[in-house]
Design a protein around this ligand. Structure first.
Ligand code: NI
Length: 207
């Protein structure tokens, strides 16, 4: 005995359930994002960012205090990323090139959310294809989780059919001024003019 209709399709409520759940999650995420990016919610904005000490692709330690007096961008990702990370790093390389020496004080921190695979050596090889102002950072799971929390960044491990895994992660670049204060974001896929203008404003405002 089955309640499945004779055409073999699942009942209506089942066909509607998945899209409904996806919609609820999407709306929830949008509301949460707006809540903390809303100009009025200055407390939440002021609290984006914070102290950290991580390991660069050369094996050196880098702390937020080392960046005092210099503006920086923070981006979370991983070297095995099939699309979002290489696209973002390519776009940022182009933007930094466009800004030229004017942006020599600007650093873009690429913080790995996959420290198991992203050793300093691996980050070093990977980042050779991109602008040297992009600094790769890795650390222990706990160190990276703490930084992610400070920036309200999200990521999760997603198992793949072949036994491998990938990572879903926040694709936003967080822009921080020379005093380490959050000033805005660059969204994934934002057009080149806007991106360069935002970086330029960050550099000029921090001079
Ligand atoms: Ni990625």
């Amino acid at each position: 005995m089955t309640t499945t209709p004779s055409d073999g399709r699942p009942p209506v409520w089942r066909r509607l359930l998945f899209p409904a759940v996806v919609a609820v999650i999407a709306i929830g995420a949008a509301v949460a994002t707006l809540a903390y990016l809303r100009p009025g919610s200055s407390d939440a904005i002021a609290s984006i960012g914070g102290p950290f000490t991580l390991t660069t692709q050369t094996g050196a330690k880098l702390s937020d205090t080392d960046l005092k007096g210099k503006p920086f961008g923070v981006f979370f990702g991983f070297t095995h990323c099939p699309e979002v990370c290489p696209t973002t790093l390519t776009e940022m390389t182009q933007s930094l090139k466009e800004l030229g020496p004017e942006a020599d004080n600007l650093k873009l921190l690429f913080i790995s959310v996959d420290p198991t695979r992203d050793t300093p050596e691996f980050l070093s090889l990977y980042l050779q294809s991109f602008d040297p102002r992009i600094v790769g950072l890795t650390g222990t799971e706990a160190e990276i989780a703490a930084v992610g929390k400070e920036y309200r960044a999200f990521w999760e491990k997603v198992p793949l059919a072949d036994g491998d895994y990938t990572m879903n992660h926040t694709a936003t670049i967080f822009l921080m001024d020379a005093k380490g204060r959050f000033t805005g974001t660059i969204a994934y896929g934002e057009d080149v003019k806007t991106r360069v203008a935002k970086l330029k404003r960050l550099v000029v405002g921090s001079a």
